[in-house]
Design a protein around this ligand. Structure first.
Ligand code: RM4
Ligand code: MN
Ligand code: MN
Length: 396
């Protein structure tokens, strides 16, 4: 017989879906170089295949975020291939990420570049991404802008605001009625003096300027050290501007570490704010949960399985909060009782229930172990070793 707690956890997990990033399976590194892994994904075929493994073992990742320049280098010309791969692997294309930060032209910015020709080039790329998303029936277009400057006085912050507003409005005009434009912010890196979309306030105002289908994307690694991320989430939910997440963990900056590896309580508190909002509003919040991580040292598929399992654990813990009781404790300012109500949910061991949930869905109870035993890693290592060895990477 399933007890009440298990029932709550099962219902929460049935709903919980998290999107994987294609780039999380590929060789990535730091600005000093990449450590190549023999099993890393090189092609879009590899990425779909790896994502399908994670989905098969966790049951929670039916979509794959794509970075257009890396995954569809021929743009619309690659849509048929992606659709075939989606069909073959049972994982659908998810959010579509433009890339307006890598090409030489973007040295001084993309939509914020003083040169109108470069602004147009960036806009055209984003519009192609909208068209790609439209053809593949993907809902979210998710641009991240590296735009900014490195030294005071070198750029007009105000002019760039206007250029961004104009371009984002234009992108919004091309959305179909179901699509959403998710605006991601980041305080610094690669720019070290000013970043054009530096925080949630700027992202929110740009989204408002763009139009009603534009919302904010919160990447958990894109905040200063002591910022209260769950409060930002609560504000965005209150204003119906919370579009999605890029989940990862960090110790210092945008470290893109495995979710919950440094501060699991942080992710729990975010999930709690969302569930609390849902409890108060009486309906589910329409939020895209996505992973944005880069595993330089860990095996990529293993790290991704760890991430998804941790996300499920933390989401299940958040589902255990007794909102009615918490609201009453808050109302009477019963501080210790209220805090204990939250902490009690966080410290509950949900892993036995998670194993039962997996079992009841025909999933392996221990996905990491099942992955080890599957032989998949050995197979792809053999298949990809030579291709990976041929890649040359240097810092200078
Ligand atoms: C950025 C940001 C974007 C991601 C790139 C690769 O820091 O998080 O979401 O697409 O990295
Ligand atoms: Mn991100
Ligand atoms: Mn990032």
């Amino acid at each position: 017989m399933m007890d009440k707690v298990d029932g709550v956890i099962f219902r929460a997990l049935d709903r919980f879906k998290i999107e994987l990033p294609s780039w999380g399976f590929a060789n990535t590194g730091t600005r000093f170089g990449k450590f190549l892994q023999p099993a890393a994904a090189i092609s879009i075929e590899d990425k779909f295949s790896d994502a399908a493994q994670v989905h098969a073992l966790t049951g929670a990742c039916s979509t794959l975020a794509l970075h257009v320049q890396w995954d569809l280098p021929r743009g619309l010309g690659d849509v048929t291939l992606v659709e075939q791969l989606a069909e073959q692997h049972g994982v659908q294309p998810g959010s579509i990420n433009p890339n307006v930060f890598q090409d030489q032209e973007y040295k001084y910015g993309s939509l914020g570049n003083p040169d109108p020709a470069i602004r147009k080039r960036a806009l055209d790329h984003i519009l192609e991404c909208v068209a790609i998303a439209n053809t593949m029936k993907c809902r979210d277009i998710s641009p991240w802008f590296a735009d900014g400057s490195n030294y005071p006085g070198t750029q007009s912050i105000r002019k760039r605001i206007v250029w961004f507003e104009e371009a984002l409005k234009e992108v919004h005009r091309h959305l179909n009625p179901k699509q959403r434009l998710l605006i991601e912010y980041k305080p610094f890196e690669p720019a070290f003096y000013h970043t054009d979309v530096a925080d949630w306030g700027m992202a929110l105002l740009f989204a408002r300027a763009a139009g009603p289908q534009a919302l904010v994307l919160v990447d958990t690694g894109h905040h200063y050290q002591t910022q209260n991320i769950e409060q930002i989430v609560a504000w965005l939910l209150h204003h119906e501007m919370m579009g999605g997440f890029h989940f990862n963990d960090r110790r210092y900056a945008d470290d893109d570490l495995t979710l919950g590896s440094i501060d699991p309580y942080q992710i729990f508190r975010i999930f709690h704010e969302i569930r609390s909002h849902e409890w108060h509003s009486g309906g589910p919040a329409d939020i895209a949960y996505m992973v944005d991580q880069s595993h330089n040292l860990k095996g990529k598929i293993e790290a991704m399985i760890q991430t998804v399992s941790t996300a499920q654990e933390l989401y299940a813990k958040a589902a255990l909060v007794d909102h009615e009781r918490l609201a009453s404790m808050q109302q009477s300012c019963s501080l210790v009782e209220a805090e204990e109500c939250l902490r009690g949910a966080f410290w509950t061991d949900v892993r036995p229930a998670l194993r039962e949930w997996r079992h009841s869905h025909g999933l392996p109870e221990d996905p990491l172990q099942a992955f080890k035993e599957s032989g998949y890693l050995e197979r792809i290592t053999a298949e990809r070793r030579e291709r990976n060895a041929a890649i040359v990477t240097t810092y200078a």
